[in-house]
Design a protein around this ligand. Structure first.
Ligand code: CP3
Length: 351
């Protein structure tokens, strides 16, 4: 019987964990694994000219996605793109200034929103879907391909402020002062993000991750309203078209209680934990209902040395026997030494 079940397990250990199995070894990938800490990324980015040209050229996006797989053999590749492709495909102007982050023309009212598209511009999304198909065709079956989008709340924070801000006050204020506008914006993002994820899954993504990088600035009630409910609707919409879709949510800054409610109300297959998460409390609260992904402090990876080994050992011990996908608690930073990534992989894999 066990053999028959084993035969049915996916080849990818990430997909095994997302199906609730505890794989033979801990799968590992890193948020932002394709990026500026890699010289081969910096070289191709210089050739492409700017970040968005990398995102919208399927050959470049494929190459950049595969760079960390070739170098480190991670168990998952993540599509190289950005969460702000969605507002861009709704018709917003978008630019990435070197060293300064994203710049958009802010959307501040219902009338601004009327100037945007109802659905995503296919000329923006088709190069992304083409990249997904190319990447999937280049990977071994053992390596899962993850697609992604930003969660409605997080994408809305950038659309309203037009840039990153310390605590996303402009979006929090808009949700309080202009609920008609804010609700409409979130609804639009739920719908188009579902189309976007379905497009990636149809092009060959094996699973998708929803990044809610700014859910940590919400009070508990707003967390339910702006993080949990929109993600729940997004998951439901994706699964009306792709009933078997495997979905990871990364609600950065969520408490154990928030994570528990999110899992119950959204039906995601895994939650990503940031580096501040109380792993034991989360494990206890979720009791094996979903896979747990995370959560090494990206600064421990910069620091390296014995401290890095100790942080990895503590993390692995806390989640031993769980369906655990090893990851960082947020994206890898550009200044991280490559040797420390190698040290991390050796420690996690045990060889
Ligand atoms: O993880 C990966 O390797 C896949 C690619 C990916 C990028 N951004 C590439 C990127 C993914 C999944 C994202 C998601 C993303 N983008 C998020 C959610 C995750 C998170 O980090 O919280 C957010 C909030 C964004 C928006 C964004 N994109 C910001 C705020 C910035 C500027 C900050 C920075 O790191 O420079 C970006 C730019 C960006 N996105 C870069 C990369 C590799 C750097 C661009 C460059 O080469 O200069």
């Amino acid at each position: 019987m066990k053999d028959a079940v084993d035969d049915m397990l996916p080849r990818s250990i990430i997909l095994q964990a997302l199906a609730g199995h505890v794989p033979d070894r801990t799968p590992v990938w890193m948020m932002r694994q394709a990026g500026r800490y890699l010289p081969e990324y910096r070289e191709l980015r210089a050739k492409a000219g700017d970040f968005l040209s990398l995102c919208y050229n399927p050959d470049y996006a494929t190459e950049v996605t595969l760079q960390p797989i070739r170098r480190f053999g991670f168990d998952a590749a993540i599509l190289f793109s950005d969460i702000l492709v969605v507002p861009h495909a709704l018709g917003m102007k978008l630019a990435f200034e070197t060293g300064e982050g994203p710049r958009l023309d802010p959307v501040k009212s219902l009338s601004d929103l009327k100037g945007l598209r109802e659905t995503l511009d296919p000329s923006r999304t088709s190069p992304v879907f083409e990249a997904v198909a190319k990447i999937r065709a280049s990977l071994l079956a053992e390596t899962a391909l993850l697609g992604f989008c930003g969660a409605p709340w997080t994408v809305a924070t950038y659309m309203i402020a037009g840039r990153g801000t310390p605590d996303q006050a402009p979006a929090r204020l808009a949700s309080l002062t202009d609920p008609a506008f804010f609700d409409t914006l979130i609804d639009r993002l739920v719908e188009v993000s579902a189309d976007y994820l379905v497009g990636q899954l149809e092009a060959g993504a094996d699973a998708v991750q929803i990044f809610d990088s700014w859910s940590g600035v919400l009070d508990p009630e707003s967390f339910v309203r702006w993080t949990i409910r929109p993600i729940a609707r997004l998951v439901r919409l994706v699964r009306t078209k792709r009933p078997d879709a495997r979905i990871i949510a990364f609600p950065k800054g969520a408490t154990p209680a928030g994570l528990t409610r999110l899992v119950e109300e959204t039906g995601v297959d895994a939650v990503g934990l940031d580096w501040t998460a109380e792993r034991k409390a989360v494990r206890l609260a979720l009791g094996g209902k979903v896979a747990l992904q995370g959560n090494l402090d990206p600064l421990a990876l910069i620091a390296g040395g014995a401290g890095l080994d100790a942080a990895i050992d503590a993390l692995m011990a806390d989640l031993r026997g769980a369906a655990h996908i090893f990851n960082l608690g947020h994206g890898i930073r550009p200044e991280t030494p490559i040797a420390h990534v190698e040290q991390m992989l050796k420690r996690v894999r045990g060889f």
